[in-house]
Ligand binder design. Structure first.
Ligand SMILES: NC(=O)c1ccc[n+]([C@@H]2O[C@H](COP(=O)([O-])OP(=O)(O)OC[C@H]3O[C@@H](n4cnc5c(N)ncnc54)[C@H](O)[C@@H]3O)[C@@H](O)[C@H]2O)c1
Length: 339
């Protein structure tokens, strides 16, 4: 089993440290545009994981072609006060450039971590040429955990009579058992669904603003995402068919949408049905409309630029629909060059 992590930054470094101890991974590569940086990271990692030194390597992006699972963490990260969406132009460019250099194994799974996750995932599917079920955007698992932890915290405060202090075990049990999901999109586009607590807009807001609260104080989120990415990778490797909240390609809406899905060695096996109330449906519809608009205004134009060299001149009279098909076809040929 070979896994490649692309992006030797804060989250990529934490991910590779998490995966290094996974005994089912035989080769674990870290790739970055800055080779010296990834070599430095490796030198540190082999101290942390001496038993696994031999399986760790670094090299050019092309080497990810051998990987069964590729975790894409490269790109610009949010600064204080910046939204994920503000990264879209730069990260579409960066990830297109990286992914177009990799000839993926037909069975490879691609986990997209780079923000804004839902839009970068849609572009990544097109550029990689991988089938939709093999591309997942990471973020919903983390948002769902955050939602559950916020619910746990709120309920603890409400029951804090002075005497009743829940034990650590009770807290963990609560978080595991509470019925809550984040759907729609990662971060600012998160729609929080929960039934065991009265609806409170501050709860959903706290989920949306959670990462920024960390970034403002500590610069970046690392350990939360890397722990959940480690679980996702392990469940794919072992075909565990467990529930994960990921961004998946929704064939009806033609966007990547965060949703609870069953994940196994083929990637997304199926989605899980949720019964939503009218408010939740309205919120979700808004997110879908927004993701579609981003595809129209940002993703497709950037992708068209990237494949421009190959497509040469798209017929002036081409309708929007055929232009889209042409772009998709070119992506499948996997010979995109970006200058
Ligand atoms: N989905 C999630 O839950 C989640 C969680 C944390 C971070 N992220 C996202 O992951 C990405 C990386 O975050 P980070 O904190 O590790 O950032 P970072 O700045 O620490 O690392 C980014 C890495 O990308 C590399 N890179 C490769 N090509 C690049 C290019 N052309 N321009 C710039 N950098 C390039 C850099 O060299 C660097 O090693 C960001 O987009 C961030 O928003 C997502």
């Amino acid at each position: 089993m070979q896994v490649a992590v692309i992006g030797a930054g804060r989250v990529g470094g934490a991910v590779i440290n998490e995966l290094a101890r996974n005994e089912s991974i035989d080769y674990l590569g870290i790739m970055d545009r800055d080779l010296e940086k990834s070599r430095g990271l490796l030198a540190d990692l082999i101290n942390a994981n001496p038993a696994y030194q031999k399986k760790l390597f670094t090299g050019p992006y092309e080497w990810a072609a051998d990987a069964d699972i590729v975790v894409l963490c490269a790109g610009i990260a949010q600064n204080k006060g910046q939204s994920r969406e503000e990264l879209i132009n730069q990260n579409l460019k960066i990830t297109t450039e990286i992914l177009s250099q990799i000839k993926f194994k037909p069975s490879a799974k691609l986990i997209v971590v780079t923000n804004p996750v839902d839009t970068i995932s849609l572009n990544a599917m097109r550029v990689s040429g991988l089938p939709p079920q093999q591309v997942v955007g990471f973020g919903g698992d983390l948002d769902t955990l955050r939602l559950k932890q916020i619910l746990e915290h709120v309920s603890r405060l409400e029951h804090a009579s002075g005497k009743e202090v829940k034990s650590f075990d009770a807290n963990v049990k609560f978080i595991k058992s509470v019925n809550a999901h984040v759907i729609g999109g990662h971060g600012e586009l998160a729609v929080s669904i929960y039934r065991d607590h009265p609806k409170d807009p501050n709860i959903g807001l706290s989920v949306r603003e959670y990462a920024m609260a960390v970034i403002e104080r500590n610069g970046a989120t690392m350990f939360g995402p890397s722990a959940k990415i480690g679980e996702l990778v392990d469940d794919i490797i072992h075909d565990k068919k467990r529930l994960h909240h990921v961004s998946y390609f929704n064939k009806d809406e033609k966007v990547f949408l965060t949703w609870p899905c069953i994940i196994g060695k083929v990637g997304v096996i199926k989605t899980v049905e949720l019964s939503l109330n009218e408010d939740e449906k309205t919120e979700l519809r808004k997110v879908i409309a927004h993701l579609k608009e981003l595809d129209e205004k940002k993703i497709r134009p950037e992708f068209a630029k990237a494949v421009g060299k190959l497509t040469q001149k798209i017929d002036e009279n081409t309708t929007k629909k055929t232009e889209v098909n042409l772009i998709d076809d070119v992506a499948k040929k996997k010979s995109i060059k970006v200058n």
